[in-house]
Design a protein around this ligand. Structure first.
Ligand code: ZN
Length: 413
């Protein structure tokens, strides 16, 4: 699938040293250091194209964009892959409700998503892969899993035996009861009778009446969600044989920790013969005015709505960087207005002929980002630099700081 427009990343002076990037892996709740001597491979779960792009999506993709920016600015290569689930139950349900075809709903929402990502200066993935185009990969993956005894049939549908992976459950660390409850809430089918284990996941679903289907050796149907991401990630990103992990980073919103990333990791262990991701990185949810932002509450704030009302996308980006990516946090008009004020202040300071010293500020920003993307610390540092510049301090280079903010934070002036 076509990605969105490439984003230029200014070079940061070679005098700045980058320490290894450490990110919190939710599988262990510890900081894990990324390798520095080779390319980094990151897979981020994309949207199902309806209701795109709300601020929760924006916050998630900006968090992974910071990882991408840090790695690339440090001189390493990043191979970044993102999917888009352009066929799944929620898309079909929404298309039916709105009396439109699922294809036209998906196409229009993917186009909107591309525009929002461009506005927000998110670097596009090298491979942006739709669920429909991933079907041949899923078919091949299921064949391998069948050979390895991880698949069974139930009324013509195919299921993955979660217990074929001895490490199933170790990344989300939930009790079985909790897993079943969450699976029920998040599109799973733990109550379907005939399953060997309530948590076994659908790999291939036979075509249902009035639903689309694609031919396969397992009958006409469509892939399950978890196997879609797993098959794409392994196809495009598989690390070398010597590496103990299939990929470096598995990312998404924290509502994907279970079941999506747990089951995907188990499937990948069966297929790849080793642990899936070095780091499971999850972004927090964004609420609105003290409430959870959700489709059912009808209180989603869309990036495209804010931009069409005249909001500078860089202010949206700055506002979302005010909080730590991993925390659930609130969006309100004050947060946006504070970010707009800071953006104006930064622009004004960066346009001065004389500015406070910048080299140490850039070094501090790099060090803060290296520590699990401490953007609240970065914002404080920037405010302090503005204060010093406004007080008449000199000795810095506005260009140096401006380039660093563009390269590392994606804030372009
Ligand atoms: Zn996914």
């Amino acid at each position: 699938m076509i990605s969105w427009a490439e984003v230029a990343i200014p070079r940061i002076s070679a005098t700045h040293a980058f320490s290894p990037l450490r990110l919190k892996s939710t599988a262990t709740n510890t900081l894990v250091e990324l390798p520095v001597d080779r390319d980094i491979r990151m897979y981020v779960c994309g949207i199902t194209p309806y209701d795109s792009t709300h601020l929760g999506h924006a916050a998630t993709y900006i968090a992974f964009d910071l990882v991408n920016r840090y790695i690339r600015s440090s001189g390493q290569k990043m191979h970044f892959v993102e999917n888009i689930t352009d066929i799944d139950d929620p898309l079909l349900v929404r298309a039916k409700r709105d009396i439109v075809s699922w294809q036209s709903l998906a196409t229009s929402q993917i186009e909107l998503f591309r525009g929002d990502m461009t506005d927000l200066h998110v670097i596009p993935p090298q491979n942006f892969i739709g669920a429909v185009e991933s079907i041949p990969l899923v078919v091949d993956a299921v064949a391998v899993m069948k050979e390895r005894g991880a698949v069974y049939e139930l009324e013509d549908d195919l299921y993955f035996r979660v217990n074929s992976d001895e490490k199933f459950g170790t990344r989300s660390r939930l009790t079985k009861e909790n897993m079943i409850g969450i699976a029920r809430e998040r599109g799973g089918d733990p109550d379907r009778s005939g399953k060997e284990d309530p948590l076994d996941a659908l790999l291939w679903m036979q075509q249902r009446p009035d639903e689309p289907g694609w031919p396969s050796p397992y009958g006409t149907g469509r892939p399950g969600w978890h196997i879609e991401c797993c098959a794409i990630a392994l196809h495009y990103l598989h690390n070398s044989k010597e590496d103990p992990y299939c990929i470096d980073i598995q990312g998404g919103g924290n509502d994907l920790q279970f079941p999506h990333h747990e089951i995907g990791a188990s499937q990948a262990r069966i297929l790849g013969g080793k642990d899936f991701a070095r780091i499971y990185m999850h972004a927090g949810m964004i609420g609105l005015d003290g409430e959870k932002m959700s489709k059912s509450k009808g209180n989603l704030v869309l990036v495209s709505t804010l931009v069409s009302q005249g909001t500078d996308p860089m202010a949206i980006r700055l506002a979302l960087l005010t909080g730590h990516y991993s925390h659930d946090r609130m969006w309100d008009s004050q947060l946006l207005s504070d970010a707009q004020t800071l953006l104006v202040r930064l622009r004004s300071c960066l346009s001065r002929e004389e500015v406070a010293t910048t080299s140490s500020v850039v070094a501090t920003i790099i060090a803060l980002l290296a520590n699990d993307l401490d953007t609240p610390g970065v914002i404080e540092k920037l405010k302090q630099w503005c204060e010093e510049t406004e007080a008449g301090a000199i000795g810095g280079s506005a260009g140096e700081l401006s380039r660093a903010l563009d390269a590392l934070l994606g804030i372009a002036f």
